[in-house]
Design a protein around this ligand. Structure first.
Ligand code: AKG
Ligand code: FE2
Length: 293
């Protein structure tokens, strides 16, 4: 198995080039120079979120033995766990990981810190209240998201704001070498693959790189990813379909996609292909933002 760091990096890429050279070809890329004017880079920190909304009820996740345990907490309690861990990692347990939090909807004042948002990279349908589709990731250093792909087979634009993250990604055709479990999770740990247990992983071609503050990582539908936070970190993503990816995702019902995912993809297809306005679709789509799978 050869681990490469072969991901392209493009500075101030136009939306036309992005669509032609990456989205249409299903090719990952790191975009930079696009979010330089965001005030979030100066303002946002875990402490800032704690002061802004201490009593906000949130959920953090523990990924253990291929199970996800949900821990309800307040923002204040959660950030304190992280602060204590960062002061003395050896004396504190690794805090759970706050994963998939729709923070723009919970604290709308944050939206203005992510302007101008590069909405031109996405289909126009997402323009109306784009921030409703974003999910945040807040966590301590050493937080890990195990290997998976995004469950609706959407495109993913991943915005790194604070701290660095180490990504290991694999293209969809490598899924067959990674020992899939259920619909979207994989048993191999790309950081320390057990080739005795998972010998076929030697045929996979993992790509490993660091995503820095200011970077946007684009991952095409079905890209496998394993993520380790190298620092205390704030990121968010937006999962989105094109007409084409929404139709491909519907067809994945024959490949084991759960029926609930099919329902969310059906809604997005109604929007993107049949042009049903987001004002109508979103109220049905909203539960997806709290869907753990
Ligand atoms: O940042 C992470 O830990 C996970 C990110 C992820 O899985 C995603 O954006 O889909
Ligand atoms: Fe993901």
């Amino acid at each position: 198995m050869i681990v490469s760091s072969a991901i392209e990096r493009r500075y101030k890429l136009s939306s036309d080039e992005f669509k032609k050279d990456y989205v249409e070809l299903g090719k990952p890329v790191i975009l930079s120079g696009v979010t330089s004017n965001w005030s979030g880079f100066e303002k946002w920190s875990l402490k800032y979120f704690k002061n802004l909304s201490p009593e906000l009820n949130i959920y953090a996740k523990k990924f253990c033995n291929n199970k996800i345990e949900i821990c309800p907490l307040t923002m204040k309690k959660y950030i304190e766990l992280i602060e204590n861990y960062e002061k003395a990692p050896e004396n504190n347990p690794l805090p759970p990981y706050c994963h998939d939090l729709p923070l723009f909807s919970l604290i709308p004042s944050l939206i203005e810190n992510a302007q101008p948002f590069p909405i031109n990279y996405l289909p126009e349908w997402y323009c109306y209240k784009w921030w409703r589709y974003c999910q945040f990731f807040l966590g301590s250093s050493n937080s890990v998201t195990p290997l998976h792909f995004d469950c609706l087979l959407t495109n993913n634009m991943f915005f790194q704001i604070v701290g660095r993250k180490q990504f290991t990604i694999l293209l969809p055709e490598d899924a067959k070498h990674c020992y899939r479990q259920g619909w979207r999770w994989f048993l191999v740990n790309p950081e320390n693959p057990d080739l005795n247990k998972y010998p076929d992983y030697k045929n996979a071609k993992p790509i490993k790189f660091i995503v820095n503050p200011g970077d946007i990582l684009y991952m095409p539908p079905g890209t496998l990813h394993h993520v380790r936070s190298l620092d205390m970190s704030i990121s968010f993503n937006i999962d989105w379909h094109t007409q084409k990816s929404s139709l491909t995702a519907l067809a994945a019902i024959t490949k084991g996609m759960p029926i609930q995912n099919l329902y969310y993809n059906f809604l997005l297809t109604m929007g993107l292909v049949l042009k049903v306005p987001p004002q109508i679709i979103f109220k049905f789509y909203k539960p997806y933002l709290n869907y753990v799978s």
